[in-house]
Design a protein around this ligand. Sequence first.
Ligand SMILES: Cc1ncc(COP(=O)(O)O)c(C=O)c1O
Length: 424
Amino acid sequence: MHKPAILGGQKAVPDGMIKPWPPIEDVDRRYVMASLEGGKHTFGPNCVEFEKEFAAWNGNKFAITTNSGTAALHMAVAACGCGAGDHVIVPAYSWSSSVTCVIHHNCIPVFVDMDFDTMNMDVSKIESAITPKTKAILVVHLHGLSVNMDAVLAVARRHNLKVIEDACQAHGARFKGRKVGLWGDCTAFSLNQNKCLCSGEGGMLVTDNEDLYKNARTLWSFGETRSPAESRDYHAYALGWMYRNNDLTAAFGRAQLTRLDRYLETQRRNAAVLLDELKSVCGLILPVEPKGHLHNWYNFQIRLNVQELGWTGNPARLRDAMLKALAAEGVPAGIWQRFILPVMTVFQAKNAYGKGCPWSCPYTNDVVYDPAAFPASRRHLDAHFGMTTPLRAPNGPEAVKAVALGIRKVFENANKLDVDKILK
Ligand SMILES: Cc1ncc(COP(=O)(O)O)c(C=O)c1O
C-alpha cells in the first residue's frame, strides 16, 4: 500500500472519488432556468438582487456585480482616485491582474516581497516602499488567508493612503473576527469557476463609502451615472468600460450564494483533517493560520523542505517530479503561479501602452523592478504546490484522507524517485 503509484504501487485516490466543483443542485437549475425564461438577459433583475444579497452576506453597504474580478479591481483602483502617475503598492506574488489593474488606470505598481510563512505581502516592508507619489496600498488575501489588516491600516493612516483589498480568493476569510471586504476602502471578489463562490465568470466590488461606490458605478457602465436598471440618458460623464454582469450569470451566483456558508464550513473541516493527517510527514511545510486569522482554505498550499528531504539540486525540479508522482496517486495538485510578478514581461519590458507608458510619462517617477529584491517570493516559487478541489464540497474526510495518503506516500519515498527520469 505504501509503494508510490509512480513506482508501480496502488493509487491512493481511486478514480471518481474526488467530486468536481461546484456542486450543482436543483436550486441552481431553478434560478438559471427562471432567468433564461425571464427575457432579461443583460443586466437584469438577478443582477440587482445579487448585488443586494452579496452586500448583505458580506456586511457591506454597497456592491456592484461585474463580469470579472479583474474588472472589479480596476474599478476599485479608479474609485479610490488613483490616477495617472500615482504609485500603488502591490504584492510581488499574486495573480497578474492583482497588479495589471493598477496599470489599467495609468498608475505605477511598486512591489513588496512576500512574508514566507503566511505567503501574503510582508506588511513590515510596506512603509519603506512608499514614495511621494504613493496613493494606495493594494493587498491580496492570498489563498484565502487575510493579510494583517491592522498593520496595513496603520501605515495607510500615517501616510493618508487608500486601501484596496483583492479578496478574489478570500470569500468569508476573517481577520480578528471581521470579514475581508470590511477593512479597506474598496474590495474586489472574483466569482470565476474555481472560486469559493462560483458563477462561471464574474466579480463583485464592495465598499461602504457612497462616493467611492458612485465613482465605481460610473466606470462600470460606459461612464454613465445611472444603472441600466434605471432610465438611462446614455451620456458618458467619465471614461467608462463595459464591466457589467449579465442576468444568467447572476442567477447562478445567487443560487450558489445560498450555500456559500455551508461550503466554507466544509472547506474548514476538510483543511483541519488534511493538516492533521500531514502533521508528522517529513519534508513538507504546511500552511499556517496565524492567531486572529480565519482561513477560508481556498487553496491549500504546501512547500517542500528540501533540506529535510536531503535534496541539494534545484528545488523546482524535485517539486515537479513529486507533482508527477502525486498525479500518479490521483492527487489533483498543481502549481498556481510559476513566476513572481516583477519578472513578468509586462513589467520587465514596461510594454503596457507602448512608448514606455505609463512608466516614462512626464507626470510620474519611474521605478526599477529588480527580481533580486523579492527573495521570499522566489523561494516560495520553487517550492510550492497546492490544491483546491479535494477540500471543496461535496468532498469530505474520506476524499481528504485518500489525498493525504497519496502525499504521505510520495514524501516518504522522495529519495527513491528518479527525478531526471520522471521529468524526461
Ligand atoms: C488573487 C486574484 N486576483 C484577481 C483575480 C482575477 O479574477 P477574475 O479571473 O475573476 O478576473 C484572481 C482570479 O483569477 C485572483 O486569484
